[in-house]
Each structure stands twice: as structure tokens, then as C-alpha cells.
Design a binder for this molecule. Sequence first.
Ligand code: OXD
Ligand code: MN
Length: 602
Amino acid sequence: MNIPTNNQKLIKWVKEIEEMCTPDNVVWIDGTKAEYDRMIKIMVDSGIAIPLKKRSNSYLFRSDASDVARVENRTFIASKSKEEAGPTNNWIDPVELKIVMKVLLKGCMKGRSMYVIPFSMGPIGSPIAKIGIEITDSPYVVANMYIMARVGTKVLRVLGDEGEFIPCLHSVGKPLEQGQSDGGQWPCAPIEKKYISHFPEERMIWSYGSGYGGNALLGKKCLALRIASVQARDEEWLAEHMLILKITNPSGKSKYVAAAFPSACGKTNLAMLIPTIPGWKVETVGDDISWMKYGADGRLYAINPEAGFFGVAPGTSMSSNPNAMRSIEKNSIFTNVALTEDGDIWWEGIGYDAPGKLIDWTGKPWVQDKSNKEQKPAAHPNSRFTAPASQCPSIASNWEDPAGVPIDAILFGGRRPSTIPLVHQARSWNHGVFMGSIVGSEVTAATLDVKAGIIRRDPFAMLPFCGYHMGDYFDHWIKVGASSKPDKQPKFFFVNWFRKSKDGNWLWPGFGDNSRVLKWIFERCDGKGKALETPIGYMPTVDAIDRPASVSAEDMKELLSLDKEGWKKELADVRAEHYPKFGSRLPKELLSELEAIEKQLG
Ligand code: OXD
Ligand code: MN
């Protein structure tokens, strides 16, 4: 076998894994189109990939019913001490975990090829980028990594003989006996044998038993958030669950916005928004993750470490997100969506009725029956598309700038039917950190062990993604602020597109009309934009935001008013339920922010 690197640490690690997992052969991924095509052919031939006649170079996959989403209760932060992982993570002792996992990993790649994927999170060679090596026995993972990261020999060249990398081991956990094959079925292990494990001190990831999304594409949530958040703490930067967008006003001046929203709150839609206000333009830098570092000029610069979108399909349509729809016209992978008779994809909320007889995500025939409210969806609610970011019509021309883009504003948001106004602005960096620390979102489906309708706190939208104690994470944010000059810092805002009236209707249309809020944010960053100082921060005056025709003057007033009683309850919950979780690691600065607002609210 030709080993395309002289990096002895890498060679040694690959050998160790080969000896432990005993694959049939080892393939070093070179990143070429020919190799991608080979990978796809293997999967088409084995019956696991279905070519889509209507979309060039695009394929449909159907996963196992036990393997359809990130598995938070099988995701572990195996730091040396439990205290280090903090109250929001599943902790297991790393020594014990390795003993358990080594039993599973022994011989786990039997009958399969072992692929070694050198990948760069961030433009290759960017001072903010990091190199990982994913070893996997899943050609599906290889193909997705081709789209989601920069992969192959070019990454090994940057790594060099001595370079550091993050070892990421992945196996679907389904060894094959001699002569056995998957028979066109999605290989994975049963739920209780799935382990998505992170060893933060060693900067290492072991993922076993799942082939799906964030559990298996280890560059994304595992490396770029959980491990990178620990590295960021130690190296004085920020690894965040934030989209990055570029907004340009009618005179051609641009600003950059990073925004953290819990999962399923429309990050991809906001990142690709088409403004409804004339003359304004929004372009996409990233839709999920942002790595930010101070530049020599004292400003915070962000890169999108990813190269593609792994977006939720249902609800994506030409009206909700035309840029996403155009991004997936070709060279895309679809997982767990429905298949039409003429070889195209379909999902709930795609904007048109299901054309004729479909095959649903479980592989069964499915015909839309609108009179049957109980009908199971044709596409799994967490079905996904994987598409190259370069195919997005709104991608910013500088989205791959190795230096990153300078961030002017940081937004937080969530699904909040009451209390939280359409937008308000923090008074200071620490007030912004306070805002991030109390982010919460209404649980919309009873898929979690939480009842629908309840507000689940998801600080900085990092609840499932912070690789260490969340109290220390808040403190890290405070320190990053203290090490920079206020006039260079981004400004912080809290937005809420999901406010409802008393009779349960949305007060704000959202989507393209969110550009009206972005315009005010842009103006505030320019020292303009009309605002009032209130106990919760700066709020726009009622005429400061261009009102869409569909919103009445009365509703606009409600969207922009301070709900004092609601806020008192909110803060009482933060004080009594949320903050105590972090114990003595809660930074005192956040308690001061809380107290200041409580006092002003009276
Ligand atoms: C995602 C998530 O898939 O946040 O991006 O869950
Ligand atoms: Mn996400």
C-alpha cells in the first residue's frame, strides 16, 4: 500500500487502528473527483445509494430507523474528571470508556474497507483552520466528508511531516462475516451500542455504531464544536454554533453578522435570506459553525470551518429558502427524504403536493392523503441534504478568505412565543454574554424527554456542543471580551422571529422580512438606528424598523414593547433554575448583569 505521508505520528495511529479494527484493506482518500465517483459507484452497486434521475450527480440514501439523528444521550464528554465536563454533558470516565469501546472496536471493520480521510476544517492553510484525520469504514461518510470539508492529499501537504492533527475514529459498528454483505441495508449498531465519544484532553474522537450526520461526519459537531471549543478555551479563540452572513446596504457598505440559534430555529434560512427591503443584499459565509479569532487590528475575524451544508430538508422550499433549493440542484446527497416516480426528491413543506406515488424514507410506497391527519410523513422530519457551499447562489465571494471576515454583530435567538421582543441590543460585551447564557427555545416536538411547549435553555445554542463545563465556557467569553477594546468589539443583539399573539398567531412574518431587523442592526453598528434604553438593553423605537405590509401597527408595537412582567418571570427562572446549575463556576459578571436588569425592572 502506498502511504501518501511521512507524518510518523499519523502513520503510527493509522497502523494501530488497522490492527485494532482489522479491515480488509486500507484506502487513503486523495480528494479527487475520480475517487468520489468510485465511492459512489461502490454504494450504487451495493444498492445503498439510489441515483436521482432528475438531479445530476445526486443520490438518495435511506438510513436505519434507529439511526436518523444525533443521539445526545449516547454522546459523551470523557474528560478526566466529571466536574470538567460540567452539568450539561454526559460524562464517562475515559479509562472505563476506552475499555468498553475497545471491546466493540476490536475487529469492527472486518469485511469492510478502512478509509483514511485527511480533512481541513477551514480553508486549507488558514491560520484559523484545523486538520483532522477521520478513519471510517463507511463510504457514505467519505462521500459526505468530500462535500462538508476539504479532504485529501492537499491536506496532507499542509500537515507535513510534523504537523498536528485531531484523530477521529469512526465505525458503523457492523463487522461482516466472510461472504456476508449489507444487502443494500444501512449498516449501524443498535442504539445502546452507539457511542459518540470525545476525549477533550487528548483532542480525540471515537464514534461507534452510527452512520448518520453529526454522529459520523466527525468534522462537524464533534471536532468543529466539541473538541474545538476546548481548544478555543486553551488558545484564546471562539468555536461557536453560529451562522455567518454578510449584509450590504444600498450604498455598498458591508457588515458581517454571526448568529447563534438552537437547532431547528432557521439558521440556514437566515444565512441565505433574500431581503424584502429594496437595495439591501445578504450573502452567505456559513450556516452552522463559526470559528473566531482576534486579528492584528484588534477585531474579531470569523471563518466557516465547513465546506458544505448539511441542512434539514422538510420545510425547505422555493418560498422559505430559494437559495438552499438552488444549492441542491446537483452534486448533492439526500438522506431519508422521499423518492418520486420520476427519480426526484420530495418532502413535507417542499412547496408542492407529492406528485403521484412516492417511496417514503422507510422504502415503502406512499401516496399523499391530505384528509388523513395521522398520515406518517414521507420524509423523515430530520431528513437532510448535503450540498457544496460553493453551489449556493448567495455564497459570498470571500467566504473562503483564509483571514476570515470581521464580525460586526453577534445575534442570539430562539423560538420564544412570548416575552422576548423582536430585537433588543446589549449595553456591553458582558451584557451580550449574559444574553447568550440565557438563550432558550420552545420545544416544538416531543422528541426530547421534555414536553412540547416548554422552554429549553440552550446557552449560546451550545448545549449539546460545548466540550467542557458550561460555567467555564461563559467565563471564557467574558475573558475574550476583557482582552479586546470596546470600540473594536462586535455588538450583541437578541432577536425573536417567533413571537405569537394571544390568539396564537405569528406576529412577525420572518424569512426575507427578517432583513428589516438586520437593517436596524446594521445601523446600530454604524452608530445610527433609533433606540431607547430600557432595563433589558436598547430597543428600537416603534418607527425604527421598516414595517412589512402584513404587520399591523398594533402588532408592531407589541413586537417592540417591553413585557415587564414576562421579563420578571424570565429572570426569576434564570436565577432559580438556570444559573444554579453552574454552581461556583458561574462567572460573577453574569450575576451582576442579572442583578442590574432585575433592579431596573423593579
Ligand atoms: C445541526 C444541529 O444538525 O444543530 O446542525 O443539530
Ligand atoms: Mn447546527
